[in-house]
Design a protein around this ligand. Structure first.
Ligand code: T5A
Length: 238
């Protein structure tokens, strides 16, 4: 089930128990973790599971999404995903990066400066895979423009949920498809190929087999987080 209102709403600054977040002995941030993958890979589902597990550790993460996460970003998202619009690949790229620029400025930098854990549903790997791979824009240019939008702020870890395109689209079969979801199979296969290539080339990518049941995938995600950030993610809480 999709739960978008939850995803883009920013969490409160206090812990669920009402205790000051700094009261725990563990260092908890700043940490920036992006969830990536093709349509229906299970990003939103896994982010919700990770956020819930962190709350059990008395850590309140900031949960957000791209494009979106800010008022301007949500407005840009509405244009970028409007299935009644025809947009050139370059227009689409610039919309994604305009939203990212606001996101970095208004959400990401302040949150990380405050020592928070940020879990975001998509970030720059989506642009490399969709606009670079899917739309076949030159990847070097895409990366250069992305650098302008982010100021070089990159995730500490990208959790790349790897699932075949047909399985992902089938999971999403019941809802109305937006402009990008509604692209043909060849487009989505190019995106999937680009993601796998990025997993080989980019630093800080955890490639997770996301074909299994939700709990099975979550166990693999949590294990990857524990391995990477043992001071924050406890194996017992997964
Ligand atoms: N985009 C975005 C770009 O082109 N460039 C960019 O730079 C950026 C940032 C965003 C669109 O924008 C594009 C990419 C996208 O096309 P979106 O609505 O956020 O649009 O699209 P998605 O991120 O793909 O959202 P989805 O909801 O389609 O996919 P999720 O979040 O990966 O999947 P999720 O968790 O919602 O799950 C989908 C369904 O599958 C079930 C869930 O219960 C749900 O019903 N499910 C599972 N079923 C079986 N087994 C599992 N393991 C399952 N995991 C989840």
């Amino acid at each position: 089930m999709r739960c978008r209102s939850r995803i883009w709403a920013l969490s409160t600054t206090t812990s669920t128990s009402g205790k000051p977040r700094s009261s725990g002995a563990k260092p908890i941030g700043p940490l920036f973790i992006a969830f990536e993958g093709v349509e229906g890979a299970g990003k939103s589902t896994q982010i919700r599971r990770v956020a819930a597990a962190l709350r059990q550790l008395d850590i309140e993460p900031i949960v957000t999404r791209e494009p979106g996460g800010t008022r301007a970003g949500e407005a840009i998202r509405a244009v970028a995903l409007d299935r009644d619009l025809r947009l050139e690949p370059a227009t689409e790229l610039l919309l994604m990066l305009a939203a990212r620029s606001v996101f970095v400025h208004e959400v990401l930098r302040p949150a990380l400066e405050a020592g928070r854990i940020v879990l975001t549903d998509r970030y720059e790997l989506s642009t490399f895979a969709y606009q670079g791979g899917g739309r076949q824009l030159p990847l070097a240019t895409v990366k250069q423009l992305n650098q302008l939008a982010t100021g070089g702020l990159r995730p500490d870890l990208c959790v790349l949920l790897d699932v075949d395109v047909d399985r992902g689209l089938a999971r999403r079969a019941s809802g109305a498809r937006d402009r990008i979801e509604g692209e043909d199979l060849d487009f989505h296969r190019r995106v999937a190929r680009a993601y796998r290539e990025l997993a080989r080339q980019e630093p800080n990518v955890a490639l997770i087999d996301a074909r299994g049941e939700i709990e099975q995938v979550f166990a693999a995600v949590w294990e990857a987080l524990c391995a990477r950030f043992p001071e924050t993610f406890s194996p017992r809480q997964g």
